[in-house]
Design a protein. Structure first.
Length: 229
């Protein structure tokens, strides 16, 4: 019995000595003399998809357009066929849209959606009945049939119009590439069934409910950023 206690004492002494001499060689639970505090790595915030998008746009605009102040802006993603209403680093609204069937570009008569920074120059159609057809930005008094499948007989502009003006000379402003003179709008469409896919003639199409809602929120002068991604 005495021998057993003696060997146990020696064994414990060896373990404790090992902890003092080489702490890395012995698992922490055996180190009874010194208490080691665990150092945790700082946790990275788990950002939501919306927060990541808003953060990206906020940083992009700060780097690309340092001369502008961006509180509220519209971001159009051609790749994802989405329009986001962004306030600083927060997404207020997300809408399914359609950009041009012919892709992106700024040339006159290209029927493509221009990229870059724009502003809402004019808002047209306040108070008009939902699905109202506008011809040359005038209320025709006619109501469009909404197509959830197939093609409408014409590229109807419906419900509301937000007429865009380019802010980047040589890209979306100037001779032969001017978004304003190309009549690039954010507007309602009769072809709501095509939303989510490129289908317009250059404009940014929205559902009639959505374009009316957005129209009520934003003001003339609101920046509109159109990017491929």
């Amino acid at each position: 019995m005495l021998k057993s206690k003696f060997f146990i004492l020696i064994f414990v002494s060896i373990i404790l000595a090992g902890c003092r001499i080489n702490k890395s060689a012995i698992p922490p639970e055996y180190c009874l003399i010194e208490h080691q505090k665990e150092v945790e790595e700082p946790k990275k915030p788990n950002l939501s998809r919306e927060e990541l998008i808003a953060s990206f746009i906020h940083e992009y605009c700060g780097i690309k357009y340092p001369e502008y102040q961006f509180d509220t802006l519209i971001y159009v993603s051609v790749k994802h066929q989405r329009l986001y209403l962004v306030n600083k680093q927060r997404i207020l609204k997300e809408y399914v849209i359609s950009t041009a069937k012919n892709g992106v570009g700024s040339k006159q008569n290209s029927m493509k959606t221009p990229l870059g920074l724009h502003t809402i120059k004019h808002k047209i159609g306040d108070g008009a009945q939902k699905n109202t057809i506008f011809i040359s930005r005038r209320n025709s008094g006619k109501i469009a049939k909404i197509y959830m499948e197939g093609d409408a007989p014409k590229d109807y502009v419906t419900s509301r119009i937000m007429w865009l003006k380019g802010l980047e000379p040589g890209k979306n402003k100037g001779r032969g590439i001017d978004s304003y003179k190309r009549f690039i709008y954010i507007h309602g469409t009769a072809e709501e069934g095509k939303l989510g896919t490129p289908a317009s003639h250059g404009c940014i199409r929205m559902s009639n409910d959505d374009v009316i809602e957005l129209f009520e929120i934003v003001k003339e002068g609101t920046p509109v950023l159109i990017l491929k991604y």
